[in-house]
Design a protein around this ligand. Sequence first.
Ligand code: ADP
Ligand code: MG
Length: 685
Amino acid sequence: MKLKLSDEVQFVKGVGPKWAERLSKLEIKTVRDLLYYFPREYEDRSQISQIKYTAVGEQANFKVEVLKIDYQKIRSNLDLLRVTFSDGSDVVNGIWYNQSYLRDQFNVGDKYIISGKLSEKNWRKYKRKEINNPVYEKLGSDASVLNTGRIVPVYSLTEGITLRRLRRVVANALKSYASLLKDQLPESIRKKRNFPGLKTSILGMHFPENEKHQKSSRRRLAFEEFFYLQLYALEEKKKYNDLSGIQHQFKEKESQDFLEDLGFELTDAQKQVYSEIRKDMESKKTMSRLLQGDVGSGKTVVAALALLQTVANGFQGIFMAPTEILAEQHFLNFKELLNDFDYEIHLLTGSVKASERRQIEAEIEKGKTDLIIGTHALFQESLNYNNPGLIVIDEQHRFGVEQRHSLKQKGDSPDLLIMTATPIPRSMAMLIYGDLDLSVIDEMPPGRKKIATFWRRENRRKQIYAFLKEKIETGRQAYIVCPLIEKSEEMPELISAEELYNDLQSGILRDYKLALIHSSIPADEKKEIMEKFRDGEIDVLVATTVIEVGVDVSNASIMIIENAERFGLAQLHQLRGRVGRGRHQSYCILISNPPGEDASHRLEIMCKSNNGFLIAEEDLKMRGPGEFFGTKQHGIDDLKVASLIDDQKLLVEARDEAQNIVKDENWQQKYKNLAKIISKIELKI
Ligand code: ADP
Ligand code: MG
């Protein structure tokens, strides 16, 4: 029978149906799965020592011969197997308790490599060298040495799978199947980057000859993983950009009027990203760009400038916010920003009444509306835009490829700008948003003060509220964020917004105006509350994380977060970003009793840093990429070897090489195998 890598794993020598069943728990179903089941770590047992010169307490490997085998029954439930080994320099006893079945394994004269920690026992007036439970491996003609005398792979296991046998099974699979591994990486890249071939690399992952072999193997395989994903992303990008999109004309007058009215000068970073956006909009290719900037860095103004361009060109501008509160806020904001222009601006969210909605939709379809602000409701199928020119998606870093493609259907390939305040290290953004162009606002508007952040225990409430009152007296406003809406029986330790609101309003803050806001409050009520807060009629907003993204009230300068240990770093940073948006010194107070180690670490980072990129990187390190980006996304789950944290440089290299390949219009013909690989990459977003 012809062997194939897709053969069921049970046909590998030493596996069989029972073990195959167990292996399937490790997601190993085929021979290929087994070959790509890489060790979690390695143990270096490659140095062979001499017994005589090895210090007691040291972990060592010896190449020995069996001198004597001694088996004793000490008590009814205790037996001892002592095998005396010699390596010519000295002797050592291997000691096993209650493993009588090992008796028949050893024969006088057999040669072994044994590994373990050398100990010493007094015996009469002599000292005797011993190793308890040594790892042993017979040297002989038949099999290669897998467990000793080399760098030894250590795999993650599951019930019924032993390390020893798994090593043997992997070695068997390599022996019969490794020659079937087909190297798909173009030879030119392999040569240039000095990568080993695929077979050598797979071998080097399991049974490396030395450290260098392991490292170069890992490097090559990690590169390969990045490379295919980048190739895929770049091809997607080409598809999007290839379309002959809308070519905007630059409207200088409108642009100037807008900037003059703004009341501040754009930062250099804002100017830079706007010029990048302009260039895309004025070119024939369809813009597909990600605008990244920390909370408060001024993305919205840039978006407004771009939208102004599109409406001044006679197209419709579309702006989608993630929540109704934000859509509402942006709506007011845009009306204000575009006050001096004569454009028709409409708000469209899920809570707009049916009759009103039909009217708005009709006006959109007829092209009477210039700018449409809204939530997901903007992308319902029944809504037909009239010549959309630019779509802006706010605070939506998870806006997937598929969704993006579906947007194109909404018009004649309108330009697309996605904005996110989630700071993602550039190289990572490259992996995840490889098909987008990237613009970064890496500078805050001038005059911003660092938000002073403190972590306080619950027993400091009195001082915290005294401080809060003092600030309210000077005219400032505050947010208090709780992890829950209402009290939960299951989590009595968590403070709920309802509870806290009632306590404070009838107690210590009774002289001030408080309001409660959370997701189960009806939309029009929420809207009213936000308006009042914006107008300064409410002093303290007790809320849940509904206020997490984008809420912008520059007079609010205090953020108090209850049960701060319940929130992740990114979320804490987002919440804190609701203050520090004006000229007032702002404060963030994290209330939390001593939480676990991870939570403490998060709170400490928050107190130390205001820098979103640094916080994001810490977040990524703590949570790992899967959780950081949300699971089942972006092919991150497919990374078996590469690490987003440690291999950033490799990722850039992979990107470069992928770019080189797709530059050629006919690359899919030249590299049929690569084309096939990327055609199999699934969209997970
Ligand atoms: P983001 O959307 O990036 O979180 P915004 O666009 O909402 O940030 O801007 C935050 C605040 O900073 C807004 O009140 C905005 O008017 C103001 N702002 C934006 N750019 C500048 C600038 N260049 N100089 C001064 N203030 C600015
Ligand atoms: Mg914003």
